[in-house]
Design a protein around this ligand. Structure first.
Ligand SMILES: NC(=O)c1ccc[n+]([C@@H]2O[C@H](COP(=O)([O-])OP(=O)(O)OC[C@H]3O[C@@H](n4cnc5c(N)ncnc54)[C@H](OP(=O)(O)O)[C@@H]3O)[C@@H](O)[C@H]2O)c1
Length: 298
């Protein structure tokens, strides 16, 4: 796949300088250049979402090995030059692995000056990010893998320098690949465990239900369709009607009926306790990784 030569950066930087000359932080109706540094699994989904926004004029994406990506095309420009890409950005997403964050932050610190930065990197605190990017306004966000179908839920926590007008922009940009929700940063490890890791737990649940269905003779494709639609339908019902899950459970559980027979087996297998323990263990693991980054030299 040929990698297009990026020769539009200077124009992009010119755009940014003009844009900020009288903008005072940006507002709705604007046209933004958004850069995503690190287009791996999550960065690629983010970039594809961003490219769909009418408010985003260009998406500049970077990775160390751009030839490994097929992302370029349309609004998306691909490069390995992080500094130029950062300099051109009105909003900058950081999506490299946390273990690659330190050299990257050093590399772009100056170019990201005055820029709104959204980090989706797990475990790197706002304090660390603001220390490494002393002239940037930083927001920390945690999306999930459903971003690849535009259905992520991204929790985000604003840093101390964020200005009025930044958060509506961030919400708009996160909204290009799902929904978003503001939380205090202190909840980020729990968020990572719940909605970051959550798709893996749900995938295991779906797989287990399909296996159960196979055991009683349902064809795999029929079972998969029934299970996935039951899952999304149940979630929609709870959300739209605003009812408690226990209420819904009671609604479908009749005395001596089929549902209670199934629930009895789930309780025997400590289903609910296993799930609670899983969320707790994942939160503790996220806290441990975050502590490691927090105590290491910057
Ligand atoms: N995956 C998820 O579902 C998910 C969800 C929420 C948050 N996150 C967080 O997002 C971050 C990335 O996760 P991921 O799963 O997307 O990892 P990944 O697939 O390994 O992607 C990371 C990308 O970063 C690129 N990269 C590394 N150093 C770079 C540099 N100095 N300059 C430019 N590009 C660089 C790599 O490019 P090369 O391969 O070319 O070196 C790679 O494409 C992690 O901190 C993770 O915790 C991930």
């Amino acid at each position: 796949m040929p990698v297009p030569e990026i020769n539009l950066f200077d124009m992009a930087i010119f755009h940014r300088q003009r844009h900020y000359a009288g903008a005072g932080g940006g507002s709705s109706g604007e046209s933004m250049i958004v850069t995503v540094i690190g287009v791996g699994k999550i960065g690629e989904s983010i970039a594809r979402g961003l490219a769909k926004s009418p408010k985003v004029s260009r998406v500049i994406v970077t990775r160390r090995n751009p030839r490994a990506s097929t992302l370029a095309g349309g609004k998306i420009e691909l490069t390995s030059d992080n500094r130029k890409a950062a300099r051109a950005a009105d909003v900058l997403f950081l999506a490299v692995k946390s273990t690659d964050a330190r050299p990257l932050l050093r590399e772009i610190s100056e170019e990201a000056s005055g820029t709104l930065v959204v980090s989706v990197m797990a475990a790197i605190s706002l304090r660390r990010l603001e220390e490494a990017l002393p002239n940037s306004r930083v927001v920390r966000a945690m999306p999930n893998v459903a971003a690849s179908v535009g259905k992520a839920i991204s929790a985000y926590a604003p840093g101390s320098r964020v200005r009025k007008g930044d958060l509506p922009r961030v919400r708009h940009l996160l909204g290009t690949f799902g929904e978003s929700l503001e939380v205090p940063e202190s909840l980020m490890d729990a968020v990572t465990a719940l909605s970051g890791s959550g798709p893996a737990y749900i995938a295991i649940l779906i797989d287990a239900m399909v296996s159960g269905a196979l055991k009683v003779g349902l064809p795999r494709d029929v079972a998969f369709q029934l299970v996935t639609k039951t899952l999304t339908g149940t979630a929609d019902l709870l959300k739209e009607k605003g009812i408690h899950p226990a209420e819904l459970r009671d609604l479908v559980t009749t005395p001596a009926g089929t549902t209670i027979a199934g629930i009895y087996e789930l309780e025997k297998g400590s289903f609910r306790i296993s799930i609670m323990n899983a969320i707790e263990a994942a939160t503790q693991a996220a806290e441990k990784v975050a502590r490691k980054f927090e105590t290491e030299e910057p």
